[in-house]
Ligand binder design. Structure first.
Ligand SMILES: [Mg+2]
Length: 402
């Protein structure tokens, strides 16, 4: 089911529209699980493929289902794997891994299916999803807000006010996108460089953020994988006095050595991982390219894979935060993993100004309280669709689940 609605204060400020895809895994026992998928290119095709591919399988084998999608299996393949054409969809089934490369739509779709399976298994066993992951270390998961930028990026007062307002809401951490902080200074959109003029404006605006937030508030900045090595180092050095929690994705993520060079030469902790599966996390850790890992439950393969990455980070004595581009279901799913992970710092939320995204599914308690997602003893994810909110935001051509 695909939802569509406004997104206020998106990347770069201003208003845009956003889709959210809700996944439901049904069983012949009448129990179902809910998941969420980000509506990136190809994910709905991948979900349709998985609907045919995994029909009839045991939903309690969540790890096997996701692993088969991410890494494939050897012939003669697991019992129940379809062969040839899936007649219900006229899709050819591959002889090996459905995804030859473990990035992209298949992994993103599998992530939503794993979330739904965790919800389903928890409901059947009458236990919260965090118990399936070993139980919780804490009762709630800290949330950090992505603030993007005010509509008028030249107004230092607006940056200060945005920071003050975030602190007043009870949050203790926030993040800004430095590639959108001084766009009036960009003269060549193809180039990965940062001018001194752009670095100076970014620095002035983040100074205003620090003033508004106070000296104890954790502030992070995101580079969105944009910059070349020397300019990433230069902007990190310019921001060192702000005592940032992290500098995120300074260079393109296809080369861990670029990121390692930045890390070796700057004093701001480097955070990476929002689009990674576990294998890519290992690559960046092996190359000493990061201080903080930052996977996303919607992109890494789901809740079990997120927990696996958290444990790997812990074994390397690295903290973990969760990137979050999701709505209500993805945020609660990430929170279940966060409370069950010893080294968890916090999880990201983008949509505080756009209530429907956090309200299309609801719990017995609000999504946030005092800057945290509080978790209860409710089975599974402890969340159900708000059919009225979903009905109001159904995308054209879509219908509500029965
Ligand atoms: Mg990011």
């Amino acid at each position: 089911m695909r939802l569509l609605g406004p997104r206020l204060h998106g990347v770069g400020g201003g208003e845009s529209k956003i889709y959210k895809v809700v996944v439901r895994v049904d069983t012949d026992a009448g129990v179902y699980g809910l998941g969420e998928v980000d509506d990136f290119a190809g994910v709905r095709d991948a979900l349709s493929y998985m609907d045919g591919y995994f029909r009839g399988r045991d939903p309690f084998r969540a790890n096997a289902i996701v692993s088969e999608m991410l890494y494939g299996t050897q012939a003669p393949n697991p019992a129940g794997s379809p062969r040839g054409m899936m007649s219900n969809q006229r899709i050819a089934v591959g002889m090996c891994s459905p995804t030859a490369t473990p990035w992209g739509p298949v992994v993103w779709a599998a992530s939503g299916v794993d979330i739904a399976l965790c919800d389903l298994i928890g409901k059947v066993l009458k236990t919260p999803a965090y118990t399936l992951l070993g139980g919780r270390f804490r009762d709630s998961a800290r949330v950090y807000l992505d603030r993007s930028s005010p509509d008028d990026i030249t107004d230092l007062g607006a940056w200060r006010t945005m920071a003050e307002e975030t602190a007043a809401l009870g949050f203790t951490q926030m993040k800004f996108d430095i590639d959108f902080m001084a766009t009036e200074c960009v003269t060549d959109v193809w180039n990965r460089s940062l001018s001194l003029r752009q670095i100076n404006r970014i620095t002035e605006r983040l100074n205003a953020v620090r003033e508004g937030a106070g000296k104890d508030f954790e502030v992070c900045v995101d580079c969105h994988m944009q910059y070349n090595v020397p300019d990433a180092i230069r902007v990190a050095e310019a921001l060192t006095h702000l005592n940032l929690l992290w500098l995120e994705d300074p260079t393109p993520i296809t080369n861990p050595d670029s990121c390692a060079q930045v890390r070796a030469k700057c004093r701001v902790p480097i955070c990476v991982g929002e689009m990674f599966i576990a294998e890519q996390v290992r690559l960046f850790v092996d190359h000493q390219a990061c201080d903080i890992l930052h996977p996303d439950v919607l992109f890494c393969g789901g809740m079990h894979e997120l927990r696996r990455i958290a444990d790997f980070a812990e074994l390397n004595h690295l903290p973990i935060a969760f990137h979050g581009n999701g709505g209500a279901i993805a945020t609660v799913a990430a929170a279940h993993v966060g409370v069950a992970s010893r080294n968890f710092l916090g999880l990201e939320y983008h949509f505080i100004e756009t209530p429907w995204i956090g309200e299309y599914a609801r719990r017995d308690v609000p999504l946030f309280r005092d800057g945290k997602v509080e978790l209860t003893d409710a089975p599974g994810l402890g969340i159900e669709l708000d059919r009225e909110v979903c009905r109001r935001h159904l995308a054209p051509g879509e219908s509500l689940f029965d």
